[in-house]
Write a protein that binds this ligand. Structure first.
Ligand code: ADP
Ligand code: ZN
Length: 733
């Protein structure tokens, strides 16, 4: 896309500056000495403070112009492009987020307003040292091996395994040159023309299509579907290569947890250097460097988590969203946005390509491909010898299982056999806390809500069943509402920690590791643990959906899904979809390398269509059935939903507010939409604040956002209460 050069504002002209401060919109200032460009990053006075802002357009005036203050200075970074401003505007509109909060996402780099600072870099000099020592030779070797690259003193001495005085000695002799360079060094060039792996026919065809897309210079989204190990990464790296050849920038988004050294090493192997990184594990210095280099067009490729979408790309041509179905793309705190959807928006505004890669796409993306909005590419075979594991159900109605035990004798025997053979077994349970299902052991019935088709969840302290969707609650019954059997109702489904206790009792000799996000202080600690486990540090892995995210466990040959019914008739509209995805992916974990794997699903409902579709590997069948059910119910992607989250330290007050909002639903009903709730929010309390949620269900195609704005505007919030809108909510319980 050819963008017009940005407009220039002469010194003294009135300009509107948007800051990330919680104000209604941009404020007027005078352009500074020397003028400024549209989009310039600037520092402005705000009350007694100096804050960062972006020149957003011409000033509006309408006040005493003598009072207009001046921009203090223009920062030494590239102006924000018009397409980025448009992206922030549209994203704010879509998510009903105030524009300043959106801008904050785009300016989240430390030290943006610092003056450029310098550092010393060491390169190969002209002269040979008078006397050569082993240590000196190693330094020169390192510099030779990396061509013209320069290193900091620390890097160079570390790489050569020498003290810094050795390097300094070489500088004196002229064998090494010391140079001052800007601290934010550019990234090593990626070479798209290094030899790639030779692709299979399937892969080559898909890569061709993606390359054509990149060459077309226009917007387009492709859904790249293929089982784990089919080579999706190899294929989309070819789209990245083409982007680099065209001189464009590429962004690869991964779920935070999949951002591993392993992935970066792969990129390095393909392009000869490491890409820029952007995620929570990156140091402040590195973040600033990435932000600035991306803004100068000097970072060709960024590998990052969802917030990398807000980096100041100059020539963004490709966005890959790997594991596009992953629920962690939905930001659940602060600005509530879905990075997958925002990637598509961003690309459409700058004529870039999007590749959504997944073994188990979201129903949204599947439906968009069906409707012809996305191109769809399928990789059918697994690369090499790895084969899909054998899948089987364990019919829990036929197992004899004492209460409060979840590993059936059949599964227990299978696990023991694998452990005895020196292999690994995974017990998969997608539940961290204590959130049981109430089920009849006689007939398999799960107690659901009478009002909204969601499952009732037992709350131990209150001794009640509560619907997390509509707030309905009831005492725990003693007979099954379906078959009338007495005392057969039981809370099933422990959290992973409880499961770990059971496993320890069943397999006293085995080393057991629990992988659950809340058990780790940081993403890094978790990654380290995953690497150790992959190398064999555990015999039995107990995990939540974390383990489904693209890790390779070569020793793992058995996956036991503890509760395949979890979510089949849950309170979550995406429950079936999640169950399907998780099981396919977890099953994909087993036997990824040369060993054949087996996955078994414990279920009380082996005839359930979802379970059967999983066992049969019938993906299209599953999606069609699920799409039909959602269309019928008028829910996404065939209808629209939004959540309103109210929070306050005062529980009663927040419920009252919710009820008031529900009563004043005129603007919502006016567009043919419905309000449910208030009910406890999926996370009912965060940092001492009680949270309730109202759900809005609307037909597809209605202008939902304006209706929501008008609706919530009626509510006067007391000082301690907060309201946020969650468009397309992902979590329902
Ligand atoms: P996916 O992203 O679909 O899970 P990957 O691209 O990670 O699949 O491929 C799985 C494994 O197979 C990787 O180790 C990859 O390097 C290897 N692989 C895939 N395709 C090829 C190929 N054409 N030649 C060599 N190795 C390949
Ligand atoms: Zn309900």
């Amino acid at each position: 896309m050819t963008e017009q050069p940005p407009e220039f504002h002469h010194e003294g002209a009135l300009v509107a500056v948007l800051t990330a401060q919680p104000l209604d919109g941009p404020l007027d200032y005078r352009a500074p000495e020397g003028g400024c460009l549209h989009g310039a990053f600037v520092e402005v006075p705000l009350g007694p403070r100096k804050v960062l802002g972006v020149v957003w357009g011409a000033g509006r005036g309408g006040f005493d112009l003598k009072k207009a203050r001046s921009i203090i200075r223009v920062l030494d970074v590239a102006p924000m492009r018009a397409e980025m401003q448009e992206f922030l505007r549209r994203a704010a509109e879509y998510t009903l987020t105030p524009l300043p909060a959106m801008l904050r996402l785009a300016t989240r780099a430390p030290g943006l307003s610092d003056p450029p600072s310098m550092q010393k870099i060491y390169r190969l000099g002209e002269d040979a040292p008078a006397r050569m020592t082993d240590a000196r030779a190693r330094v020169l070797e390192v510099l030779h091996a990396h061509g013209g690259l320069g290193f900091t003193l620390r890097e160079l001495s570390d790489m050569a395994g020498v003290t810094s005085s050795v390097v300094k000695g070489l500088v004196k002799q002229g064998a090494v040159r010391e140079e001052d360079t800007p601290r934010d060094r550019s990234f090593a060039r990626l070479d798209p023309d290094l030899p790639a792996k030779s692709l299979t026919d399937d892969q080559a065809q898909a890569a061709d299509r993606l390359r054509d897309g990149v060459r077309s210079q226009g917007y387009g989204t492709t859904l790249l579907r293929g089982v784990t190990g089919s080579g999706k990464t190899e294929v989309y790296l070819e789209a990245v290569a083409e982007t680099l050849r065209q001189g464009g920038q590429a962004l690869v988004l991964l779920p935070e947890i999949a951002l591993t050294a392993e992935f970066l090493t792969r990129v390095e192997a393909r392009f000869g250097a490491r890409p820029a990184e952007w995620h929570s594990g990156v140091t402040m210095t590195e973040r600033r460097r990435t932000w600035k280099m991306v803004g100068q067009g000097a970072a060709q490729m960024v590998v990052g988590a969802r917030s990398a979408l807000f980096l100041p790309f100059q020539n963004l041509r490709l966005i890959v969203v790997d594991e596009e179905h992953d629920s962690s793309y939905k930001q659940e705190d602060g600005v509530l946005y879905n990075a997958r959807d925002m990637a598509v928006l961003r690309a459409s505004l700058c004529d870039a390509r999007v590749v959504l890669a997944s073994a188990t796409p979201s129903l949204e993306s599947w439906a968009n491909a069906e409707a012809g909005k996305y191109e769809r590419l399928d990789l059918e075979a697994r690369y090499g010898a790895a084969v899909m594991p054998e899948l089987a159900a364990i019919d829990m109605r036929a197992e004899t299982l004492p209460s409060n035990r979840w590993v059936s004798p059949t599964l227990q025997a299978a696990v023991s056999a694998r452990v005895a053979a020196g292999e690994q077994a995974l017990l998969f349970l997608n539940r961290r806390g204590y959130a049981p299902t109430t089920i009849c052991r006689a007939c398999g019935h799960q107690i659901g809500c009478e009002h909204c088709d969601a499952r009732m969840v037992e709350h131990r302290f209150q001794k009640r069943l509560i619907c997390h969707q509509c707030g309905e609650s009831a005492p725990v019954p003693s007979t099954c509402p379906s078959c009338g059997a007495e005392d057969r109702l039981a809370a099933v489904g422990p959290g992973v920690e409880r499961l770990a206790e059971e496993a320890a009792a069943l397999f006293p000799q085995a080393r057991i590791a629990v992988l659950s996000s809340d058990l780790f202080g940081s993403a890094r600690a978790l990654k380290e643990q995953i690497v150790e486990i992959a190398q064999g540090a555990a015999d039995i892995i107990i995990g939540t959906q974390l383990v489904a995210k693209g890790h390779n466990f070569p020793l793992l040959t058995l996956v036991g899904v503890i509760d395949a019914d979890l979510g089949l008739q849950g309170s979550d509209l995406r429950a079936a979809e999640r169950t399907f995805q998780l099981m396919r992916q977890v099953a994909g974990r087993a036997g990824r390398a040369e060993r054949a794997g087996r996955a078994v699903l414990q279920t009380y409902q082996p005839e359930h269509p979802v379970i059967r579709a999983i066992l049969a590997g019938d993906e299209e069948g599953f999606w069609r059935a699920e799409a039909g059910a959602r269309r019928e119910a008028g829910v996404p992607p065939y209808g629209r939903m939004a959540g309103i989250i109210l929070s306050s330290p005062d529980m009663q007050a927040v419920f009252d507010l919710g009820s008031e909002l529900a009563r004043r639903d005129g603007p919502i009903r006016a567009v043919g939409a419905q309000v449910f709730g208030p009910a406890p929010a999926p996370i009912a309390r965060i940092r001492g604040r009680h949270r309730v949620r109202l759900l809005v269900k609307a037909p597809k195609g209605v202008a939902l956002q304006p209706a929501l704005s008008a609706w919530v505007a009626q509510l006067r919030l007391p000082p301690q209460a907060r309201l946020s809108v969650d468009i397309d909510p992902q979590s329902f319980y």
